[in-house]
Design a protein around this ligand. Structure first.
Ligand code: ATR
Length: 285
């Protein structure tokens, strides 16, 4: 059964939305969507649904049949969500991974992927990074990474390398996205310096408290390290980056807020201002 891990909002007229994942109890999405709803005067409730791997299709359909209007999707269900919907936006089709589903009155389920846009807005607008001519290393080759590759490759990068524990998955992704720009895939042990300008961690290794063993020489004094995961305190990746004196170390809080704003805009037709939410979260992170 899908387990709502936050209390349903009492207002029975509120439109229902939520996040499906496993685990989800750490999520800040109800707080973020709550702030967006208040600021834009939208009457909606946002709940968390803990859905076991393998049960996504059945449980998501049950939720939509019972009146849910939209669903965010996180680990490990993003690829299952792409298979469930009957229409994909071009960016979700490219990623073959979905983090946002909208359920329309004609019973269409539309799948979108706002992760890449969220990351790029955070890197470029919030953090002020210029990606032109930069060498970028992405760690991981799962659903989280699928969503960010196309927007990264739209930028005039000097190089993009995907490194993964299972090198075959990184190589397959590099082939799949190779028409968009120069991209290479390899195992962790094959990554070589000189130091990268930007290293993005898209593995779920942090969840188990691990940082994969990486070769030396990848982080220099100008390297920005960004963990797609968010949470309080350090992750194994941010600890690794700091120990190597990276120029800047960030986690995915800004990406979380920006992808949520894009989901909210798809569902409600109103684009919320992210600044007050980013400021509110800065007090907790
Ligand atoms: P997500 O949707 O978060 O990307 P996923 O599709 O299950 O979830 O992908 C998880 C990613 O984290 C994969 O790249 C996985 O590596 P493998 O392809 O080799 O499985 C990576 N990952 C998970 N645990 C890891 C660990 N302990 N060390 C290194 N990489 C890990």
């Amino acid at each position: 059964m899908a387990r709502p891990v936050s209390e349903p909002v009492e207002d029975p007229t509120a439109d229902q939305y939520g996040l499906a994942g496993h685990p989800v109890d750490h999520s800040w999405s109800p707080f973020i969507h709550g702030m967006f709803a208040k600021a834009t005067g939208q009457n909606l409730a946002y709940r968390l649904f803990d859905i076991e791997p393998g049960a996504f299709r059945r449980e998501a359909l049950r939720l939509f049949t019972s009146g849910l209007k939209g669903l965010n999707v996180t680990l490990p269900h993003k690829q299952a969500a792409a298979e469930l919907v009957n229409e994909l936006t071009p960016r979700a089709a490219r990623a073959q991974a979905v983090n946002t589903i909208a359920f329309y009155e004609d019973t269409t389920l539309l799948g979108d992927n706002t992760d890449g846009l969220g990351l790029l807005v955070d890197l470029e607008t919030n953090l002020g990074l210029d990606l032109a001519n930069k060498r970028v290393l992405v760690l991981g080759a799962g659903g989280a990474v699928r969503g960010i590759l196309a927007p990264l490759l739209e930028r005039p990068l000097r190089a993009l390398v995907i490194a993964n524990r299972t090198s075959a998955r990184a190589k397959a992704l590099a082939t799949e996205f190779g028409d968009l720009g120069s991209v290479e895939g390899c195992g962790f042990e094959q990554v070589e310096g000189p130091p990268y300008d930007l290293i993005i961690n898209g593995t779920s290794a942090s969840l188990s408290g691990e940082m994969p063993q990486m070769p030396a020489g990848l982080v220099g004094e100008d390297t920005v390290c960004y963990d797609l995961a968010y949470g309080r305190g350090e992750t194994p990746f941010t600890r690794w980056a700091r120990s190597l004196h990276a120029a800047r170390v960030d986690k995915g809080w800004g990406m979380l807020v920006e992808q949520a704003a894009a989901s909210f805009a798809l569902w409600r037709g109103v684009r919320p201002d992210t600044r007050p939410v980013l400021e509110a979260l800065a007090r907790f992170r």
